[in-house]
Design a protein around this ligand. Structure first.
Ligand code: NAP
Length: 267
């Protein structure tokens, strides 16, 4: 199904990492054939937290990667195209999409993950934090999709995965602006599903509850808050993203909501 040349992957020593992969022995050693061999993914907000875990997870399945973050970290992933790229800057996104497409011959998966949060009473929220949440989470998501979509439409099997949030499915106290930005993400993904389904681009919202990362640290979360211990790991979320993009092409997952066992579901 996938026409691009697969990455040359070497067998990892840790058998636990061989989820769904097939090891083939050849004259030049053992090659791992992953479920995403031959596919190219671009992950925004890839330098830390959930985005970094997604990048490692997709790479472990054989995907070749473009990685966007302001720091431009390549996470030590061999052959990744990693550049400083602020998702508020459409030109930087277009340059990264262009470089990734040129290096690997196309683009199949976009994971819209870059995001910022701040919690607290609405009137206490500093102006710059309000602006940043809207600019990164809403406009940055729209710019990311606009930059990648022309290339995704050229793929025979494309996916857009939006890292939204439980805060995009229901309003949460002291999260008015963050919640607004995440409802916007869920709405844009659902609207694009209608528009893109027949073109073969699947659109999925992944909506986690609490995940233990740097997210909102010092802006509503603190390193010593007891809730962090019960939260999900970035790898938990990455596993869901890998599941979504490896479904057979006869169906698509519209939305996945996942929450730590320590969090209530609120109905
Ligand atoms: P995180 O640990 O703070 O990581 C955020 C990532 O986004 C970093 O790689 C950061 O890299 C990047 N980033 C921030 N601003 C950016 C910008 N303007 N341009 C490009 N990259 C930018 O947060 P996380 O927990 O992994 O969150 C990832 C996504 O999951 C967010 O959309 C968040 O809303 C969502 N989410 C998180 C949770 C949670 O509890 N953690 C729950 C539900 C949903 P640089 O600093 O290098 O730019």
């Amino acid at each position: 199904m996938f026409s691009r040349a697969p990455a040359v992957a070497t067998l990892r020593s840790d058998d636990d990492q061989l989820h769904g992969e097939v090891a083939i022995s050849g004259t030049e050693g053992t090659v791992v054939v992953g479920k995403l061999d031959g596919r190219v993914a671009l992950v925004t907000g890839a330098s830390r937290g959930i985005g970094a875990a997604i990048a490692h997870r997709l790479a472990s399945e054989g995907a070749r990667l473009g990685l966007a973050s302001r720091s431009g970290d390549d996470l030590g992933i061999e052959d990744a195209v990693a550049r400083p790229c602020d998702v508020r800057d459409p030109e930087a996104l277009e340059a990264l999409v262009g470089e990734t497409t040129e290096r690997f011959g196309g683009l199949d998966i976009l994971v819209v993950n870059a995001g910022v949060g701040a919690y607290g009473p609405f009137l206490d929220l500093p102006d710059d934090q309000l602006e940043e949440m809207i600019d990164v989470n809403v406009k940055g998501a729209l710019y990311s999709i606009r930059a990648a979509l022309p290339r995704l439409l050229e793929s025979d099997s494309a996916d857009i995965v939006m890292l939204a949030s439980e805060a995009g499915r229901r309003g949460l106290p002291f999260e008015a602006v963050y919640s607004a930005s995440k409802f916007a993400q869920i709405g844009m993904t659902r609207a694009l599903d209608h528009e893109l389904r027949e073109s073969g681009v699947r659109c999925t919202n992944v909506a986690p509850g609490g995940v233990a990362t740097d997210f909102a640290m010092g802006r509503g979360r603190t390193p010593d808050m007891p809730e962090l211990e019960g939260m999900m790991s970035p790898e938990d979320v990455a596993e869901v993203v890998a599941f979504v993009v490896t479904r057979p092409r006869n169906h698509r997952i519209l939305e996945v909501a996942l929450r730590p066992a320590t969090e209530a579901s609120w109905g």
